[in-house]
Design a binder for this molecule. Sequence first.
Ligand code: C2O
Ligand code: CU
Length: 471
Amino acid sequence: MISRRNFLSVSAATFGAALTLPPFRLNADESKPYQILAAKPGTAPLAGANAPPVKVWAYQGQVPGPVIRARRGEKIRVRLNNGLAQPTTIHWHGIRIDNAMDGVPGLTQDAVQPGKTFDYSFTVPDAGTYWYHPHHLSWEQVARGLYGLLIVEEETPPMVDRELPFVADDWRLNKAGQIDDASFGNLGDWSHGGRMGNWLTVNGLTDPEIPVRGGERIRLRMVNTANARVLAFDFAPLTAQVIALDGQPVSPWTLGAGGLRLAPGQRADIILDIPAEPGAILPIQEVSTRNPIKAATFKVAAGQPLRAISPNDPIVLAPNRLLAAPTLDSAQLIELLMEGGAMGGLRQGSIDGAMVSIEELVQKKLVWAFNGAVGMQKKPLATIPRGRTAVINMVNRTAFPHAMHLHGHHFRVVERNGKTVHGAPWRDTELANPDERVRIAFVADNPGKWLFHCHTLEHTAAGMVTWVEVV
Ligand code: C2O
Ligand code: CU
């Protein structure tokens, strides 16, 4: 252990470099031009240097798309240029955003037609790690590579030497090493666990080698952008401390065996302390299946370490100020029964009040239901007066886990399977496992129409989507 003071003085020399910001930094100045995000077909070296480039859809020709950065409280201005052959939008996942900028076609805006543009302009109230992706045909558009990180900086960023993105995705590639087009829309995937991939990338690369220095302290900004797969990362033997989840600070804890699970859409901020072992090779493994695979590899530089002993004191992020604590005793209770899917025994479902048989639903590829209703309904799941606490009681009667994502708000789990949960982290996406009952609470302080859906994107498309209105 070195003293805080030593750490500060050692860091000073390298800190200038550490604070160098990527070129996409925005600023509050309204007169600044919009940052362009052009969505269009391209190629990316996903499968490695020896494999042919993979045909993707990308923002600004890169997968992941450019990192968008702002400081807390600043305005982000992005112009979407739709160079795709189908409509699209951008959703800013996890941002407690102005409803008109939330990017949900049919609810908050019209889908942006091919060749057209849309200007997004919004303030970011919370520091943290967020991401952006289309919300139209997202089961295809996200799977083809349309996503990127959105980073909101703290006013006083924590003392780290460097910040690294860790954008994880699993792709389904065919024998030719290209995106398996033929499997898009496959009802088997839609009614089971979603379209799982067979190829893991981090930052759009296969097992990238990331050069690091001994003794270096790194903040990893992780997101799982996979359509369907719950990923798990094991950093051992590195010491990894979790400092934020879904953008919101947590009391830091050190990851143990089994690593960190990230459901689709979830993020984590991790502090890694690189040992002072010149030349060491440190793989990060993906361990969600029985066959761990290398996700990325840190290679410690030869020669003089940055410092001899890692600073292993925890980093505590200041909480985002605007999150009001839910008041449970006067909460509005909203029931959400999750049904359907393979082995779910769904017989029928309703669409805007009209009953539809399962045969007909299968034709429409709508095989999941919330409270008996399949897919987007004209009426909201609930109307919540602004400022009131809402509790959603999610009951998963399906055979699959569902990563439930609420737009425009962060919530916390207050009860799981009948047991009260205290001090759960703020999240915008939470996994409800088969047979689980999970109660989440949030203060409905953001007016507008907010989607609530499973982030297994095939499940969204096949019925697991609803919305609440805050008035
Ligand atoms: Cu990340 Cu409604 O989505
Ligand atoms: Cu789901």
